[in-house]
Design a protein around this ligand. Sequence first.
Ligand SMILES: Cc1cc2nc3c(=O)[nH]c(=O)nc-3n(C[C@H](O)[C@H](O)[C@H](O)COP(=O)(O)OP(=O)(O)OC[C@H]3O[C@@H](n4cnc5c(N)ncnc54)[C@H](O)[C@@H]3O)c2cc1C
Length: 455
Amino acid sequence: MRVVILGGGISGIAAAHLLLRESDAPDLRVDLLEKRGFAGGLCTTVSMGDFRFDLGPHNIHSTDAWFDALMRELLGEQYRSRSYKAKVVFRNKFVPYPMEGIDVLRGIPLHTSLACAGSFLWSRVESLFREWEDEDFERFIVNRFGRRMYEVFFGPFTEKTWGVPGRLLSADLGRQRVGIFTLWDLFKRTVLGMKPKAAITGEEDPFLNQRTIYPDHGSGSVISALLDPCLADPRFGLHLSSEVDSIERDGGGYAVSAGGKVFGADRCLSSIPVMDLLRMLRLPDPGLRCISTRFLLLKVSRESVFGTTPWIYFSDDRTLFNRISEPRSMSPLMSPPGATSLCVEFTTAGDDRVRRASGEELLDWTVSGLAGYGLLRPSEAGEWRVIDWENTYPLRLVGYRESVAAALESLSGHPGIIPFGRLGRFEYLNMDHCVLDARKAVADLLAGCAAGAGA
Ligand SMILES: Cc1cc2nc3c(=O)[nH]c(=O)nc-3n(C[C@H](O)[C@H](O)[C@H](O)COP(=O)(O)OP(=O)(O)OC[C@H]3O[C@@H](n4cnc5c(N)ncnc54)[C@H](O)[C@@H]3O)c2cc1C
């Protein structure tokens, strides 16, 4: 059986790892095609001399026993629990993130917090008389926090990050990203000492899920741990700088062209953006879009910039960057003694100022922005590099679920191609979810092969 895996991020690599481990097909051949010159996708850890950078902070928040056991087996001691809390700049103050009720009130002047409290109470009264309808992200927040909180914090932050107004974004974004489910939940928990419904029913509790795992040498360690056994397996081939540019039916299978070569496949597992896969198969464009990120990696000649805080969100329009992480705050082994580094994220949703900026401009915006908060002296900024990454986040606009369903439905005419992974299925998946998704894709592939053999 010839299996071609499209995309060499964590999803593709985990699929190769699990397939080689679990298949007993005597003629198994697995080829993994990756367009970049390195494997790992967004989970890559980039080295600049003695400094290591992840592309944005990459912590593992798994609550899955199977995933944890696999990682412990592969990473051993390095699968290390850590405890830290991020911050957000809110009205020029640095407050813990996710914000808790009292932090929110600390960040804003008294009259604004009174207006927020009033609008929150009004939303509670309103909710007694009508069902919440979360038509979009804006409504999701207004229903739970009140209109004023949306205008003061969530609206501007969201628009800065996603490049579109909250009313165009799906409520799913709120369900997944907002740490506090409602201020009312927070009040019940902290003041009345009540357990949330999720904890009672045994579901994942967003309040309690503070556990974080971070390998000593960055998220790239997970990639090496999954990939190294594949590289030692004669049934496996890794093809870097091999961008898939066409897929054609070929007998009962497919001919996949990448990097000037053609790979014959009985089955394909595809973790490349589903929009690209559909285009290659000449299927309708479902109109799905992503946002992209420009990462500025910067060495800094001082011991620490953020202290123990691993990353800070910059929610206001004072700066153009959205988030800055300090790898050293997650693991001291990410930079040499006496020095530190920063990974600065600028998101771009189209042909905007960020996309058009030169590397020097991104550096200048970073240094002057941080100097404005008293966090960095310009003379401390050292060597830097910009990494441009297309399609970092699926843009979940209102109605995106229907578009994704239509895209996956149109692929049903190709049962030999299994889409999976973050952009393969256009789902907001984290690293652990990607590995679980790879496990499911491999199980589906093996089940399909067994059914084919039995027929
Ligand atoms: C800034 C940021 C911070 C994050 N933080 C966390 C975190 O703290 N914790 C967490 O668990 N997750 C985090 N994530 C999410 C995590 O990075 C992703 O879930 C995961 O890396 C997605 O893996 P993937 O393999 O599905 O996709 P990708 O990593 O996107 O891999 C897809 C691969 O396909 C390749 N490709 C694309 N087109 C082609 C083609 N035509 N031919 C060949 N190859 C192609 C790409 O080059 C890429 O290597 C974060 C993501 C971002 C952007």
